[in-house]
Write a new protein. Structure first.
Length: 368
């Protein structure tokens, strides 16, 4: 019996993390029927926020986990997901023998078992060119061998779809039958260059209703009512209590360093006598209040790791601020320690980017 797309097409979400991709696809009209995540804490976050989804926690290379997952995913319309990106990332170590780089073969094996109508593959911006393009070519050949002809690939920036952050991801979409699918047109951009487009959202658009807490301080109260449509959307269903808004604690020496970094500034703005012994050009750098964030990482609360200093406070970002910059709504709950929560957020596909892509995928399945 073939899978039906009525009333809502269904999804198997692999390498699901905290559920950013799944949330965006849900907003686009899909029902996430099943999901798999290796990390128990991440799987717990997914299950907490997606009670309608059968979340199978564990290693998909384990035959018992694979069998449980395939049973839960029977008849799905779409297999979606992105293998762990650490081995492929242009930021991380380029280790071709990293076993995490081979997990996309497990992704292909599950596609072959499930035979969905469509496949959505997601990975880091540099996926197409890593190892001379061999991994990318292996993915294309694998999909074509499974009957998914002419996979389509594009590099999308979350900033172009209403996310207050510049973050590029590679997406590959393939169909078992002919499809009129097209990647989504940007909804945001420079209005001087893109006619009728909304300007990209800045940090102020995302965070101005949150109190500016200091290092080591916390607040459970919003600063104001929502000030724009983005904040209204972020606060839907969240109630009156602000959560996860605890300023990272920094020592006096680090605070003295951060105090010298202006908006958009870097460690090079700090007097040489105060600089740490080792640093990189993009570390100890402050964000801009009137621009989108640069790509946030899992260490967005740690100024020594990336450009993550709050524009108006001498500290890294709070967990709530990081979630807002990724377009996770305030009602979304994360499990684990602060470090584990930030890891889940920093590694996620921004839900609003996933929604834009999902809307086009939904249309293609409804009208192939």
């Amino acid at each position: 019996m073939s899978a039906s797309i009525h009333p809502r097409p269904t999804v198997l979400d692999l390498f699901a993390g905290a559920g950013g991709l799944g949330l965006g696809l849900t907003w686009a009209g899909f029902r996430v029927q099943a999901a798999n995540e290796y990390e128990p804490v991440f799987a717990a976050t997914y299950a907490l926020n997606h009670p309608e989804t059968a979340v199978v926690a564990g290693d998909i290379l384990d035959p018992a986990i694979r069998a449980e997952l395939l049973a839960a995913a029977r008849g799905v319309d779409v297999v979606a997901g992105g293998p762990p990106c650490q081995g492929f990332s242009t930021v991380g170590k380029k280790d071709e023998d990293d076993p995490r780089n081979k997990l996309f073969y497990a992704f292909l094996e599950i596609v072959g078992s499930v035979q969905p109508r469509a496949v959505l593959f997601e990975n880091v911006s540099g996926f197409r060119r890593m190892y001379g393009g061999r991994a990318f070519q292996a993915l294309y050949r694998g999909l074509e061998d499974l009957g998914y002809a002419s996979p389509r690939c594009d590099l999308l920036n979350a900033m172009d779809y209403g996310v207050p952050q510049s973050r590029q991801r590679t997406f590959v979409v393939a169909f078992r039958e002919e499809s009129a699918f097209r990647f989504p047109e940007p909804t945001h951009g420079d209005p001087r260059k893109l006619f009728h487009k909304t300007p990209p959202l800045a940090l102020a658009d995302a965070l101005s209703d949150l109190p500016v807490v200091r290092s080591g301080e916390s607040s459970a109260d919003y600063l104001s009512a929502p000030q724009n449509d983005y904040q209204k959307f972020m606060r839907q269903g969240a109630g009156k209590t602000l959560t996860e808004h605890d300023g990272p604690w920094h020592g006096e020496r680090l605070l003295s360093v951060l105090a010298h970094v202006p908006p958009g500034g870097t460690i090079l703005d700090v007097p040489e006598a105060l600089r740490p012994r080792s640093y990189f050009a993009n570390t100890y750098s402050r964000l801009w209040w009137d621009r989108p964030a640069t790509t946030i990482t899992r260490n967005f609360g740690t100024p020594s790791s990336s450009r993550c200093i709050h524009p108006k406070a001498d500290r890294g970002l709070t967990t709530r601020e990081g979630a807002r910059l990724q377009s996770f709504p305030d009602a979304y709950r994360f499990t684990g320690t602060r470090i584990r929560k930030n890891l889940q957020i920093g590694n996620a596909v921004p839900p609003l980017l996933a929604r834009a892509l999902g809307q086009e995928l939904f249309r293609a399945l409804a009208d192939p």
